[in-house]
Design a protein around this ligand. Structure first.
Ligand code: BTN
Length: 251
């Protein structure tokens, strides 16, 4: 079940660019956005040679084992902070669709299955001065990579490892992109926000984000995480990597 231009063409009902190998689908999508690609267009690759993750990290996408896709979204600036939520919701839907059960969103947008990361999301806005041109929503989903005996074994997982069944990546992409379309229609709605919040597995956990530690008590309307520190203060965190603290082990 390899990815190919022909298979995707037969399935996807949208403008897309497919590459067997590319540095980063986000970079291609940004260029295409500036050239006028319509909202909903997608850049898809089988392999990424310089895939990018959050905080300038590298995101590995070897050939044949994952989804690497960037969707172009033309939205208004006031909805920018919803894009990351939208990506997480669509990937969550995909994981449930293929039969995963223990699915959750680790704040802000890491979809986890059985407590391990199954996808990463990298939204990048493209500006002309201070005018927003659009957003590229990059999504990487682990489909077939076997993390056993790798340094990521404890923290990452693939869909096929969970469901013990082979998956067709063309069908997965079709489903994922349709979920992006559907959630995009609800970008401003309470439903998008409340569903994202209800799927978070970070709330009511003791967490550390950068230098802030405490109880993750809530998220605000911008999607920021509210952490109550030991002295009772509420700290607001807009972005960062959450470390769940096992209090029992700490004491
Ligand atoms: C993360 O660090 O969790 C985000 C990873 C995002 C990876 C995806 S794969 C498709 C798109 N192209 C990239 O270079 N990165 C994103």
């Amino acid at each position: 079940m390899t990815l190919s231009q022909e298979a995707l063409q037969a399935r996807l009902n949208r403008q897309f660019k497919y590459f067997d190998a590319v540095d980063s689908t986000n970079d291609i999508a940004k260029t295409w956005l500036l050239q006028g690609a319509p909202s909903g267009s997608a850049v898809i690759a089988d392999e990424q040679l310089k895939g990018r993750g959050r905080k300038d990290r590298t995101w590995h996408t070897p050939a044949g084992v994952a989804l690497a896709v960037s969707v172009i979204l033309r939205i208004s600036e006031s909805h920018l902070n919803r894009v990351s939520l939208l990506g997480a919701l669509a990937v969550y839907d995909l994981a449930v669709h293929v039969g995963c059960e223990q699915v959750g969103i680790k704040w802000p947008n890491d979809v986890q299955v059985n407590g391990k990361k199954v996808s990463g999301i990298l939204p990048e806005a493209v500006w002309d001065g201070n005018k927003l041109i659009g957003v590229v929503l990059g999504m990487g989903v682990n489909v077939r990579f076997d993390f056993a005996d790798t340094e990521l074994e404890e923290t990452a997982i693939s869909l096929e490892t969970v469901i013990r069944q082979a998956l067709d990546r063309t069908l997965l992409l079709d489903f994922l992109l349709k979920r992006i379309d559907d959630w995009s229609l609800n970008l401003t709605s309470d439903k998008l926000f409340s569903t994202w919040k209800s799927r978070l597995n970070t709330l009511n956990q003791h967490v550390t984000v950068d230098t802030i530690s405490g109880l993750a008590v809530n998220v605000d309307a911008d999607g920021a995480l509210l952490i109550q520190t030991d002295d009772g203060k509420i700290e607001r965190v807009l972005a960062g990597d959450v470390l769940i603290v096992d209090r029992q082990r700490e004491e």
